[in-house]
Design a protein around this ligand. Structure first.
Ligand SMILES: [Zn+2]
Length: 167
């Protein structure tokens, strides 16, 4: 799929949420909870080195997004938006463990050399969609409030800047 088509598709999915002009992670979570009809919990954790930066765990109670607590603010947003994007896009992870009552699906995202790349669980296509949606959300969130803090995380800021220039 061409990048412009992919971006349009992701934009349409974001539009479904009807986000206000000004929004942050809280608003996206609230809208998404209504959209998927389940509770979404954000859980900061000190994840061990070489472990995932973000995980999406689904059980019978709802969805949990676990993210690396030491990530810079903008990077944290990117990680959380990426995991929330999987929910918005209706992606499912892989069943883990025998006890399905406690954990039905897990989706794991890893960071490789400063880039948010996730290939552990979801298909490459799903990861590309989720990352595009997360970047668009990040771009909208920052466009509506204040300029992206370039110093916070150069890698992410660069993605946002390049997307901005391509619009
Ligand atoms: Zn992912």
């Amino acid at each position: 799929m061409r990048t412009t088509d992919l971006r349009k598709r992701c934009e349409r999915r974001i539009d479904v949420l009807g986000l206000p002009v000004r929004f942050g992670i809280g608003e996206v979570c609230e809208r998404l909870e209504s959209h998927v009809g389940k509770r979404i919990e954000l859980i900061p954790m000190a994840l061990p080195p070489a472990s995932p930066l973000g995980l999406l765990i689904t059980d019978e109670h709802g969805h949990s997004v676990i993210y690396e607590e030491s990530a810079s603010p903008i990077h944290r947003q990117q990680i959380i938006f990426h995991e929330l994007a999987h929910l918005l896009l209706g992606h499912t992870g892989h069943p883990i463990g025998d006890d399905r009552r406690h954990c039905m699906f897990v989706h794991i995202d890893r960071e490789i050399q400063g880039q948010v790349l996730a290939r552990s669980c979801g298909s490459t296509e799903q990861e590309t969609e989720a990352e595009m949606t997360a970047t668009l959300l990040l771009q909208r969130a920052h466009r509506s409030s204040r300029p992206v803090t370039v110093a916070a995380d150069p890698a992410i800021a660069d993605i946002v800047r390049r997307l901005d220039n391509s619009l």
